[in-house]
Design a protein around this ligand. Structure first.
Ligand code: MD9
Length: 229
């Protein structure tokens, strides 16, 4: 029997997040009528803080390559579903673009570049950051970067996810590493080939923080007031 589009729409509007994720592709598959439903759904949630439901809906519409849908997104969600707030005038649109396309490896590289931008010219040149610089990062900037990761990963990736896991293991790094697949047994996961660049990764796998110089940078990121304010 044909899928009942009204039934799908009501599941989208009242179902659990799991159901919402499930029905969005079915609605998209309905063509024009489906696009309209997903567009209205996104608009109806525009006043609320965005979640990965908004992110997934936006990604599906973006993937249609239907001109009318693209103009809709351009008009109402020009910079995506996450407000790109920065206290340092940093442009997070390129990061938004990569994450909305699920280009997680390129997004991870760019995330490190953005942290270097936040640190300043010396860090841009050296291509890595000091933990003392991280402590000075503005709250809105870290929240923007984190929200972009969260919203475009079904809630799986982001510093706040890593922080949650880290706290849940009593801040024990050695317990955290295997949980997020950064190390297995005695071996560090080798960058880039051994990392997992898609949603099959465990929660908290991305974004990466290089452990070559120790844990201080990640410690500063996960201890930042951005996650408790
Ligand atoms: C997670 C222990 C994201 C020798 C690339 C970005 C960068 O350069 C070569 C570059 C250099 O600086 C990069 C990422 C990661 N690593 C590198 C991520 C990562 C995670 C855990 C570890 N790493 C652990 C780890 C240990 C030793 C090293 N790493 C060495 C190393 C070297 C390079 C990179 N890593 C790049 Mg790694 O020389 O930060």
């Amino acid at each position: 029997q044909p899928p009942d589009i009204a039934e799908l729409e009501s599941q989208l509007n009242t179902g659990s997040e799991k159901i919402q994720l499930q029905v969005m592709p079915d609605i998209l598959a309905q063509g024009e009528a489906g696009y309209a439903i997903l567009q209205n759904f996104l608009l109806s949630r525009q006043q609320e803080p965005s979640t990965f439901i908004d992110g997934r809906c936006y990604e599906l519409l973006l993937g249609t390559e239907v001109p009318a849908v693209q103009s809709f997104l351009q008009e109402h969600f020009e910079s995506g579903v996450v407000p790109l707030r920065s206290e340092q005038n940093i442009d997070y649109l390129p990061l938004q673009r990569l994450l909305a396309k699920q280009s997680f490896q390129a997004a991870d590289d760019l995330t490190l570049s953005k942290l270097c931008e936040l640190s300043g010219p010396a860090a841009i040149k050296r291509k890595w950051i000091y933990f003392t610089e991280v402590e000075q990062y503005p709250i809105p900037d870290l929240q923007t970067i984190n929200q972009l990761w969260l919203v475009h990963s079904e809630g799986k990736f982001g510093y706040s996810v890593q922080r949650q896991l880290w706290l849940s293991v009593g801040r024990n790094w050695d317990v955290l590493w295997p949980k997020i697949n950064w190390r297995s047994g005695r071996n560090w996961t080798r960058w880039p080939d051994e990392f997992t660049w898609d949603l099959s990764a465990p929660r908290g796998h991305l974004p990466l923080s290089n452990q070559l110089r120790g844990v201080q940078v990640l410690n500063a990121l996960l201890s930042h007031p951005a996650w408790t304010s």
